[in-house]
Design a protein around this ligand. Sequence first.
Ligand code: SF4
Ligand code: SF4
Length: 501
Amino acid sequence: MKVRSHVSMVFHLDKCIGCHTCSVACKNIWTDRPGAEYMWWNNVETKPGTGYPTGWEDQVNYKGGWELTQGGELRLRAQTRMSALTRLFYNPNQPGLDDYYEPWTYRYRDLFDSPQGDDQPTAVPVSLITGQPIDIERGPNWDDDLSGSPLYAEKDPNLDKLTEDERKMLFEIEGISMMYLPRICNHCVNPSCVASCPSGAIYKRGEDGIVLIDQDACRGWRACVTACPYKKTYFNWKTGKSEKCILCYPRLETGQAPACFHSCVGRIRYMGVLLYDASRVEAAMKVPEAQLVDAQRDLILDPRLPKVRAAALDSGVSPEMLDAAERSPIWRWVKEWKLALPLHPEFRTMPMLYYVPPLLPVSGRVGQAMYEHDTEELLSDVKKARLPMRYLASLFSAGNVGVVGEVMHKLAAVRIYQRSRHVGGDDPERVARVLRDACLTAEDADAIYRMTALTDPSERFVLPPIQREEAISGADNTPCSVEFRKGNCGLGQTVSPDRGA
Ligand code: SF4
Ligand code: SF4
């Protein structure tokens, strides 16, 4: 067993109000400078929708992430490191300005300097690239709240899995549902950005799993932009280097939460440590799509087990990280309650950020029946909400409706139990049966409710200040790579604990 510690985040999507405060906080701190205008290390999308950059989930077009060969091996969907060099001047799989947007500002001076006239002066939009007036046609949150719009929602790549009838039903005016999806780099365990970089400039820190780009080593090949299936590396046109979310590591190293977490209005974010078994990553990433979520869950280790603690200490995990892992809210969401799921696990990068899927689009369809029916009927009601379920499965479980259905069942059971406690009027026998059938105890339901609604910041953010200097002096350099072990210098770029930072 090769134990690694990883900083991880959970987003509770029922709580996100789509206010974009997180995006703005991140932008103000990290990307408010020339060359980074169009970079949104944190962005929030409306789903169904095309997202940012446009259609990023469509890997037929962008060719990000990994795929399994017929022989069952993992290979980058787009290109190897060498072939990336041959596509330097023409890469049809890379998003262009049309897929992002032309950054703009407004000519505010006109508001003050315009000559007196009959009309109110306006500040016209001007391109931040050319300085010339432009018509704004797209932006990072252009499809905000436009669920149901034929321009955006209907072009969501996840809808390809639905039949024509199902698509029609989804866009019936009275059945429209939408949700918000905040996204940052997933700091993947099997990061295709790292494996694709011809310069070896991208690396994953051994002590916390944060994926960083060494700005001195980056040569601007942009292979990572193509290879990241989440499109979370960006090219800075001014410096000629690629950049990405750094998970606010300078803040983490001084015990502070990342800017997006700190500013989150809905308090939807949780942050803590996960321990995982690096020796089994390769096997877990090669299982059939429908088993990917379970395989990823299996890698995550129980920090309370003595043999895990001993192996973790042997592998160089610090005692502080171990203690944090024991109190980790991420562990509870992902492993203990099995309520938080990875985004698009079929990209096979093993993303280490997780999402509690929203119950609202489902309960909206089921309505009051959720509180009135018996367990079997409740389950069948949840299943009847097939469109959101299949849609959510496309987002969070590689199409496995059973995995998402289990999460919905648990969330519905907690809601029914809490309603019976606080409102009353429900048959106690029925409530007990609903909980039992969802594999939950009353204590679980209380703990989930408390974690969802009542936690204070110290329970949502459980991380010791990351001790970078100790990690450098005592790091175990064994990579958790797939390719690296074959001598091809791929994923195992945890190997330079003294780089960057
Ligand atoms: S592949 Fe994963 S780690 Fe790399 S930039 Fe994309 S989301 Fe981040
Ligand atoms: S700040 Fe929080 S609630 Fe607002 S959009 Fe971001 S994640 Fe959602």
